[in-house]
Design a protein around this ligand. Structure first.
Ligand code: AMP
Ligand code: MG
Length: 187
């Protein structure tokens, strides 16, 4: 039997509504940005990227904390489509790369997709397993300690590009980490 090889690592990073005063409990957080890149496993190039803001409905007003953390403005989400339209666009994009495997930094992004899909009664869009790059990074270093994305870049001597906590920039930076650790395994 032939093993199906994924041609792409689909690296996703989400931003969500949040606060520093417990006014938004974890189970009420909602995605406000999907950032994603298709990292080609043969060339290690990014062949395509996807960026989409989403209008939250449970806590439509972003907190100052959230705006400061993510740099996402109220206007960005007010003008954005709601979850169903946004995830439909995302699904269309990922489906145009049939052989991909869903990856993210930690398990947060996967859990947030599951939560928002359940709330909006939309089928979870991924068919592949999930790769937790945060875990793979610690395994690569041979340590049990878990690192934040910025710390991991620092460990590898890679410059953080763009704005930290912006989904699309985080996705590109995570791709740089994964490219480096995967190519080190091969060579
Ligand atoms: P990140 O991918 O690290 O930018 O984080 C994803 C989301 O997690 C953010 O958009 C916030 O909703 C939440 N988050 C990240 N860091 C914090 C923090 N220090 N305090 C509260 N929420 C956070
Ligand atoms: Mg992020």
């Amino acid at each position: 039997m032939q093993t199906k090889i994924s041609h792409y690592y689909l690296i996703v990073d989400l931003e969500a509504t949040c606060c520093d005063k417990k006014t938004i409990p974890r189970h009420e957080m909602e995605i406000i940005e999907i950032g994603a890149v298709m990292l080609n496993r043969a060339t290690w190039e990014i062949d395509s990227e996807f960026q989409q803001f989403i209008q939250p409905v449970r806590h439509p007003q972003l907190t100052d904390f959230c705006t400061k953390l993510t740099s996402i403005q109220q206007q960005d989400v007010d003008e954005a489509p709601k979850f169903i339209e946004a995830i439909s666009r995302f699904k269309e994009w990922i489906c145009s790369f049939p052989n991909h495997i869903f990856c993210s930094w930690g398990n947060y992004d996967k859990k947030q997709f599951i939560q928002d899909c359940a709330f909006h009664n939309f089928a979870y869009p991924f068919t592949s397993e999930h790769i937790n790059i945060k875990e793979e990074f610690s395994e690569y270093l041979g340590v049990s300690k878990r690192f934040g994305m910025a710390q991991a870049l620092n460990e590898l001597g890679i410059e953080l590009k763009g704005t930290h906590h912006r989904g699309i920039d985080d996705a590109h930076n995570i791709a740089s980490i994964y490219r480096q650790i995967q190519s080190a395994k091969i060579s």
